[in-house]
Design a protein around this ligand. Structure first.
Ligand code: ISL
Ligand code: CA
Length: 617
């Protein structure tokens, strides 16, 4: 079905009913912390866009409306109803474990995790019960962004080991029935990649058009106003060449020009090379950013101030995104039956349906990030995450995403602080929160992605100073805040709230030499590990927990009680998402209590703070 083209004559309601308009408005509301009730109120929804433009005047500016309409009108498709049967595949049934190799397990004492470390821990992972691993990048890289800046796609990072270590790892995973998912960073390469070096040296040559290189206009001014996610302008100036190059991330992560078919050919060739080695799939880094509006126009200032970054409306759901994804799928993934999960910041549910609908042949799944902060908050805010928001978010997706789409279930990753710490820093609740999160992750509908260390009960690390942090994103932010004259105390608070470094501390395996960065080790909570084992085994033993229907039984404040049902088997999951005790679900006659946060014999008619129980019939 085709989407209707919209103009300023249309009403707010019509914009909101358009799938892309819907997601864009929701994103803005979420960012501003405004309830969607505001937009569905008839007084507001009946207003024509041109009237809103006049009323809002300078506040929104006409560029804002142009940007919204452009975004909406480049999408000609609408999602299907998704009411057909669910197709069964291995990646829907898998429990995937994310490894951040640098901090997973170090076997040679240089302080850096390595491939041999992963090989040595395969028994551990198998015992845990996970049947797929996703490894953050292990390719050759100067490590400006810990491997997300790739210098050579077909070489292993020296600190991590060699290609023969990799081959052994792949083989040993497959011997254990475990799938291997690689990280594919193809929105950008390192500035040290030979393509970029060639492009700089010979801008008129074959590689000149592999990136976004722009001649200076004589004023040493950036070609547009786009900003980088790692602070400052998204353009780097190469004085000796008098050229600017685009980088949405660090100055050493240069955006590839996907509009050049040779770029796509080279990347597809490389992907096929890995697939032929036998890897089972890819997690695709910021894959929704690969197509940019032609001519790279300035970003709208209103959107920039709402979102914190200028230019995103020109690439987060770009004009050729679907086309490029279909091409990669058809020429690489499809012939190998490989799995793909896209990392897609900023993309909402309708956009995700258009990216992952099984009939569309683009991606298998996406990571959508709007669940990670409550409305009105950004990662750097020091606040307590209210799980009632997660309940609302996840319920909406599970009920409306459609049977032709499949969700990823995750709470954190290598880019985020640990969710358990975000919910509460109060130690008396930590363990219960961790158990609660595990119960939900392994009983909700979708594919769970466990982040390394979650199963050990790890929490955020209490950094004492910003100097302890090596991450390029955090360093950029610290410099920016200092420039704005913020106090060191305030800066540390911001960093502690949001830094990615929390997720990147070396895992505290017992086998380290005693003196090795002792101060950073947290004790492993084996109770949590055992609970993960139990729940993973349970999930893998019963398709009701995978494909089963999802139904909400109680979603009053702090309560999240739901059922999963398939072919006569029903599970009831009864959760308390808050700090006060709550009435436990009572309609459990005929059900057996199969899991509880508290010892099973102690369960009462009340759920303790953050308690979770699981029943089966
Ligand atoms: O910068 C953001 C907005 O605050 C993030 O949402 C960002 O877009 C997202 O974290 C992208 O992450 C991925 O690409 C980065 C890399 O540094 C991350 O580690 C990776 O997960 C650049 O490759
Ligand atoms: Ca090492």
């Amino acid at each position: 079905m085709d989407a209707k083209k919209l103009t300023r004559q249309n009403k707010i309601a019509e914009l909101y009913n358009n799938p892309i308009g819907h997601d864009a408005i929701e994103k803005v509301l979420l960012q501003l912390g405004i309830s969607e009730k505001w937009i569905t109120n008839p007084i507001v929804s009946n207003v024509r866009l041109k009237t809103l433009e006049r009323l809002a005047g300078k506040k929104l500016g006409s560029g804002f409306f142009d940007a919204m309409l452009n975004l909406v009108n480049i999408e000609s498709d609408v999602p299907t109803d998704g009411k057909g049967p669910i197709t069964e595949t291995w990646w829907k049934e898998a429990v995937i474990y994310q490894i951040y190799p640098r901090s997973f397990y170090d076997t040679n004492g240089d302080g850096i995790g390595d491939l041999r470390g992963i090989i040595e821990k395969l028994d551990y992972l198998q015992e845990l019960g996970v049947n797929a691993i996703w490894m953050s990048p292990i390719y050759d890289s100067p490590n400006d962004d810990n491997g997300y800046d790739i210098r050579d796609y077909q070489k292993i990072m020296q600190e991590f080991g060699s290609m023969s270590d990799f081959d052994e790892l792949l083989l040993k995973c497959h011997e254990r029935g475990m799938k291997v998912i690689m990280d594919l960073v193809i929105n950008h390469t390192s500035d040290e990649h030979e393509w970029f070096q060639n492009a700089l040296n010979e801008p008129e040559g074959e590689f000149g058009d592999f990136y976004f290189l722009r001649k200076d206009d004589g004023k040493e001014k950036e070609p547009n106003n786009w900003t980088s996610f790692f602070s400052g302008s998204a353009w780097n100036y190469y004085q000796e060449k008098d050229l600017w190059a685009l980088h949405l991330f660090s100055k050493k992560q240069m955006d590839l020009n996907w509009d050049n078919p040779k770029v796509r050919d080279k990347l597809i060739e490389m992907i096929n090379w890995w697939l032929e080695k036998g890897v089972d799939g890819f997690r695709m880094d910021v894959i929704n950013y690969i197509s940019k509006t032609e001519g790279l126009p300035d970003g709208d200032e209103t959107i920039a101030s709402m979102m914190g970054y200028a230019g995103i409306e020109h690439y987060y759901y770009g004009p050729n995104l679907h086309k490029y994804l279909k091409e990669v799928r058809a020429k690489a993934f499809e012939p190998h039956g490989a799995f793909s999960v896209g990392e897609t910041p900023g993309v909402g549910m309708k956009m995700s349906q258009l990216l992952t609908g099984e009939e569309r042949k683009e991606l298998d799944m996406v990571f959508s990030f709007d669940q990670l902060e409550t409305p009105g908050h950004v990662r750097w805010d020091d606040y307590e995450y209210d799980l009632n928001y997660y309940k609302k978010y996840i319920t909406d997706w599970m009920l409306h995403y459609g049977n032709n789409c499949w969700m990823s279930l995750f709470y954190n990753n290598h880019d985020n602080p640990r969710m358990a710490s975000k919910v509460s820093m109060d130690k008396q609740y930590t363990e219960s929160i961790q158990i609660l999160l595990a119960v939900m992750q392994l009983t909700l509908k979708g594919t769970p992605f466990i982040f390394q260390g979650d199963e050990m009960g790890l929490v955020n690390y209490p950094f004492k100073s910003v100097d302890e942090i090596t991450d390029v994103e955090t360093k950029g932010l610290v410099a920016e805040l200092r420039g704005k004259g913020k106090s060191e105390e305030e800066i540390l608070r911001t960093v502690l709230a949001g830094t990615r470094e929390h997720a990147r501390i070396l895992l505290p395996w017992n086998a380290y030499p005693a003196d090795f960065r002792q101060e950073m080790r947290q004790p492993i909570n084996t109770k949590i590990t055992n609970i993960y084992k139990e729940l993973i085994a349970l999930r893998r033993s019963d398709k009701a927990l995978i494909y089963g229907d999802f139904q909400v039984l109680d979603d009053t404040k702090d309560k999240f009680t739901y059922a999963r049902t398939l072919n006569g088997t029903t599970y009831i999951v009864d959760c308390n998402l808050g700090k006060d005790s709550r009435k436990a679900y009572t309609q459990t006659e005929g059900f057996a209590l199969i899991f509880a946060t508290e010892a099973k014999e102690n369960v009462s008619s009340k759920l303790a703070p953050y308690e979770a129980r699981l029943y089966k019939r």
